[in-house]
Design a binder for this molecule. Structure first.
Ligand code: URA
Length: 237
């Protein structure tokens, strides 16, 4: 394959790929390559140090900070896609589900529409785990209420697991696992049992855990084993 075509697999147009080559941003086997027409094995090409994905799907986890919206573009706020490095941002990648602007933690972005669809659907049982800090002392009463399916004003939540980690007079800390993701669902569930949320962080989507090494605002591509585990969970393997 021609070098400019191989470099364009990073999500560049052919002319952008040629400019990247002229600027010395493209390497073949670690050496800067300047001949856009040279024949190369695309697996040996790196653009800005990254391997252009040969029509492969892209899977990226983001540690979303507060203040960033879970969208591909927004006029007012920074989006989770804005947090990706330039070559990844150019692929048609989108978030799997949403977190509210004030909610932090794991957001998965992918070009793989089928996996995204199954991870959102309750049918495939990819539980989402949230760490919640709330007002007041949580008790076994709330654990039972969450497990039995809370009745909210416009829907009845599916049974959810609540694990109390700290129960103090003023504040409590708990992990809650949901199999669905309705608008403001966790906030509404805690409010419904009289414990408004103070902070909420998503820690897990199915088999995928937020990498503790990722600081808020950072992202990384998923490892092969992480992608394989998600596909297994959604019966796409
Ligand atoms: N529940 C909420 O209330 N907000 C989120 O962002 C995710 C789950």
């Amino acid at each position: 394959m021609r070098l400019d075509k191989a470099a364009a697999l990073a999500g560049l147009t052919r002319s952008e790929a040629r400019k990247a080559i002229a600027a010395g941003r493209v390497r073949v086997d670690g050496q800067i390559a300047r001949d856009a027409g040279m024949q190369v094995d695309p697996a040996r090409v790196r653009v800005d140090g990254a391997q252009p994905a040969e029509a492969g799907e892209l899977y990226v986890m983001v540690h979303k900070p507060a203040g960033v919206v879970t969208a591909t573009e927004d006029r007012r706020f920074q989006t989770v896609v804005d947090l990706l490095p330039e070559p990844l941002r150019r692929r048609s990648i989108g978030p799997v589900g949403r977190l509210d602007r004030d909610v932090t933690g794991l957001v998965l972005l992918t070009t793989d529409g089928q996996l995204a669809h199954r991870l959102i659907s309750p049918r495939w049982k990819a539980g989402k785990v949230y760490r919640a800090r709330c007002e007041g002392r949580l008790t076994d009463g709330e654990v039972a209420a969450f497990a039995s399916g809370l009745v909210l004003s416009d829907f009845t939540a599916r049974p959810a697991a609540l694990e109390i980690l700290e129960a103090g007079e003023a504040e409590s800390l708990a992990d809650v696992t949901l199999s669905e993701g309705k608008f403001h669902q966790v906030k509404r569930m805690f409010a419904a049992v009289g414990h408004p949320l103070i902070a909420l962080e998503r820690r897990r989507i199915g088999s995928l855990a937020l990498d503790p090494a990722l600081q808020p605002g950072e992202c990384r591509e998923l490892r092969e084993d992480e992608v394989a585990a998600l596909k297994r969970l959604c019966e796409l393997d």
